[in-house]
Design a protein around this ligand. Sequence first.
Ligand code: 6PG
Length: 467
Amino acid sequence: NTYDFGLVGLGVMGRNFILNVADNGFTAFGNDLDEEKVNALIEEGGDSNKVNASTDAKTFVNALSTPRKIMLLVPAGKIVDVVIESLLPMLHEGDIIIDGGNSFFTDTDRRESYLKKKGINFFGAGVSGGAKGARKGPSIMPGGSREAYQHVKPIFEAVSAKYNGEPCVTYLGPKSAGNYVKMVHNGIEYGLMQLTSEIYDLLKKAGGLNNQELHQTFAEWNEGRLQSFLVEITSEILAQKDELTDGDLVDMILDKAKQKGTGKWTSQNAMDLGIPVPTIDIAVSMREISALKEERIKADKLYDRPSPETVVKGSLVAKAEKALYFAFIMAYAQGMHQLADASKEYGYELELAEIAKIWRAGCIIRARLLADITDAFKADKELPNLLLSQAFVDKVQSTVDETRELVAYGATNGIPLPGLSNSLTYFDAYTSSKLPLNLIQGQRDYFGSHTYERTDREGVFHTEWEA
Ligand code: 6PG
């Protein structure tokens, strides 16, 4: 028997992905060292001619039709290398390995060039959408050899999420383009999550909305321009009852956010590129501040904080909807800007419209806004920043005043809104034709003879500053 598709790592994601492949008429074979996971898949798969699995790597490799298409859904890091090494002696020229995890992009580049020498095609393919996405249709972000992609294309297009019938997967570019795009996807995800949490806090503290009202508010927003997976699940989370107490679950969840690194990598790499992504940066910082729970408790006792002045619910909700929309745009704008620059720097040849397109369904950052973002990059392939698209001017202009008002309210009333305020600052700075950094250039030249340029003539200047 020869199976169309192989998958190593039968955790929830792997099992769901393979069942999805089988649902779409392809035969699939799984491999995992854990016998229980192997048996669970065989049982759930039903017909072993369609879905089968083994703990034995040789049985697994021999079961696959050539060129073999083997996807790895194992934790990022050393394990990926270990699995590759164990498969390698059994593979043939032209076989394809697809890393579906959140691998760091330089690891993918290293693996790709190592495997290329051995005649094996390696893909880094970010998969977004969580367990449910893997089962029902994720967004898939593959990068690697364009020719080899033709072999996996039919399977990926069949299993991926669909937006108006269009598959949420496309060949993105060479080398680690797929993992890089997934990394920035996660950076944007961090930004949107931080912004949503701030708006939740503001509505609760300033407007006095209870969980039921918050649930309704987010549900209503999800019917409009804010429609998105994260707004939708926020509404559902706010309605969840706690099983252990009489209260609501959200109030029982500890306010310490964990992270696995992709958001931090996005920020770190943006710094390396010299591209500002302050909404993403602060989202990472806030997870770090949240982790300092014990210190926060001590510090809270040392300082006074103003008691938030209550504001009228209705108008607050309307303003918050605008501010969230404004800041969501800033998060996407920053992420897309980073992708545009990384594409040049790393030779990814990214098509930003194609990326926005495959994010419209299946992935965690799917949102109605992405249809507009797709159109903006379709209209201008070279658009450096979403804020320069005429189509976005009105969306931003009509929501910025309320954002200002809420950021000011947060500052006056001691409610931290760093994602909102960084988004606003980003906007104000990016849209300022003149910034005060002429003074910084003066200071640099003063203390270090670092030179400066002038506004009125070409060249590089240095001044012997008067002491
Ligand atoms: C996705 C997600 C996923 C990621 C989680 C957790 O697109 O399905 O981005 O890949 O692992 O969001 O990330 P953190 O643990 O860093 O929050």
